[in-house]
Design a binder for this molecule. Sequence first.
Ligand code: SF4
Length: 298
Amino acid sequence: MPKSWKIFSPPCLKVRESQYTMLKVKPPDGYPPEQGRYVRGNDYSPVAVCVILDTFDFAIPPELNELVMSAVDSGAALSGMLQTENIGLEKIICNIVANPNIRYIILCGRESAGHLPGESLLALKQNGIDETKRIIGSKALTPYLSNIPTELTDRFNQQIASIINLLCKPGEQDTKSPGLNSKVIEEAVQSCYQEAPVVFMDYRLYDIGAYPEPAIFRKIVAKLNQPQQAVELGKSKMSMGLVLHKLLPQTDCQKCGKRTCLAFAIDLAKDKCHLEDCPFLDQPEFTENRKALDKLLE
Ligand code: SF4
């Protein structure tokens, strides 16, 4: 950690000791609260990097892995992949509000046309969520942040000063494009932790210090509760399908014979297929989801 960073225990002081003293806080024990496809770097860094994963997670392209690793090597606090516009985003929110030092997100990779997670992240920062916890303005299919309290999304929007948007269009293959170019991502990361403002593309960046409120340490609420409430609210097969979809792997791998996980979920709701048709639901990481699905389909 640079000598000019000074650590305070939360709540951190609201006054800088000098022009060049950055207020930093030690993240709480257990940080980061949510597991995922990310690498933990320097806890005192002001920037996290979010690389959109636009493929199946068993076939991650090397250029996306390189973006993640070069970002953390160049000083990011967290660097990882985002695949879905709901649970994926919820995990990012939980991990960021648990570390008040993180004030910027660099959004890169290429947008996933199926889930639109990049667009949903930008819409969340710009518009927030409505009373149903839907991200306002997102065109994704299910941009609902139902598994975390509104307090967390509000705090996320306040804590993050800026999302540096380098996202490429779906299908972009040119690794010289800014959002796929590890050198550009490194420069963006380094710009965020400068002591004095620097210009990076259209952004004026520097380390503005920790958010002046204590960390919030929360995990995603048990997924069993939420779908049951939603089922009671939604009577139609489509509503049921949307609820079931939240518990599926959401990789759209087509191994079940359906074009997408959503199509599978809707057919499940119509009793036209079976949970056993998705081979991933037998894997240990989906044990809880499988129990919830069984319960919903009773
Ligand atoms: S539901 Fe179908 S598309 Fe989705 S992960 Fe399972 S097998 Fe793949």
